[in-house]
Design a protein around this ligand. Structure first.
Ligand code: APR
Length: 311
């Protein structure tokens, strides 16, 4: 049976994710936005590229009519405002929490069995909104952050060592913000830990660049934030779920005592398959790494508490 993926928000991240889903023939795609004409226009444009790109995915767009999302296997939520220079992801909180709550309510009503992949920022806090608003079980609400942060780290490792990106592997855990936790010990090139391949100060500088990876792009674009790599990351997660790959990827998942953290969405390695988060993988952390993860969890908890105050 054909798979169906709905993408909420047909802006930069949403439209790029729709393009990648369609071109990889992972699913038929529905684009939804509040803007009049834009989702239908971008969907038609993508459908007209299909003969050249050689795929048979169907792509349609809808303004505000969520019935088009009925029976989706996956819903990727990118609705919200992006950052401008000088803004942190956390500055988006009050606007995006309202948008996230309203779109999740609509999604949960029309497609109650879908798996949600959350992309809007501040990511970990938005996962809480989607989880609470949808009432979905925690295995079906997953945040996209770790795959993106790890891809940025991998790209910088490949540039530094002049090796193929395909040889690189990296793990970035924690919240999707300044407190994220890149793990050099678990980051490898052709299976060799980068701690064997680079002096500590070079690793530190790549870690720092990864932490600021989003801000570096906001500073260059000036009018918005990154979207090619965020869309690729969300689609890698979608692919793992749609194809039931049982793939281990760093994603924001709701922890229930794992890593000593309770009732909080934060980035950890998870196994993704047809049921969404099928397992949370607990890797052994050093004391320093665990402290960094705890600091990151505290930063996410502060945002969750702020949202309660904002109502
Ligand atoms: N319902 C549906 N769509 C909405 C709603 C809503 N209530 N509110 C806003 N949108 C749409 C906008 O109309 C716009 O088309 O969300 C889209 C966002 O697109 P962009 O402004 O291009 O932002 P983008 O770069 O795609 O980022 C979206 O993802 O990476 C994060 O931080 C980023 O939170 C931001 C989100």
């Amino acid at each position: 049976m054909r798979k169906k993926a709905t993408v909420i928000g047909s802006g930069n991240v949403g439209a790029t994710a729709a393009m990648r889903l369609a071109e990889k023939e992972l699913a038929d795609v529905v684009l939804v936005d509040i803007l009049e004409g834009v989702p239908a226009g971008k969907a038609l444009d993508l459908a007209e590229a299909a003969p050249i790109e050689k795929h048979d995915s169907r792509v349609i767009g809808s303004t505000g009519d969520y019935s088009a999302a009925k029976d989706s296997d996956i819903v990727i939520i990118t609705a919200g405002i992006p950052r401008k220079p000088g803004m942190s992801r956390d500055d988006l909180l009050s606007t995006n929490m309202g948008i996230m709550a309203s779109v999740t309510k609509e999604v949960a009503a029309v497609t109650p069995n879908a798996i949600l992949i959350i992309v809007s920022n501040p990511l970990d806090a938005m996962c809480h909104v989607a989880y609470e608003t949808s009432g979905f079980p925690k295995n079906r609400v997953i945040g996209m952050a770790g795959v993106l942060d790890s891809a940025r780290f991998r790209a910088f490792i490949a540039m530094e060592l002049n090796v193929s990106v395909e040889n690189t592997h990296a793990f970035v855990l924690g919240g999707h913000g300044d407190t994220m936790v890149p793990l050099p010990r678990y980051s490898t090139v052709a299976g060799i830990p980068i701690t064997e391949l680079m002096p500590a100060e070079r690793i530190d500088s790549l870690v720092e660049r990864t932490r600021n990876g989003g801000a570096e792009i906001v500073g260059l674009l000036k009018t918005g934030s990154a979207y090619y790599a965020p869309a690729s990351a969300a689609v890698e997660m979608a692919e793992a779920i749609l194809k039931d790959k049982k793939k281990i990827l760093p994603c924001a998942a709701c922890l229930d005592g794992e890593y000593g953290i309770n009732n909080l969405f934060i980035g950890v390695p998870v196994k993704l398959g047809e049921n969404g988060v099928e397992e949370i993988i607990e890797i052994k952390l050093t004391d320093l790494e665990q402290e960094a993860l705890n600091r990151s969890a505290n930063a996410v908890q502060t945002l969750v508490d702020d949202m309660k105050r904002l109502g």
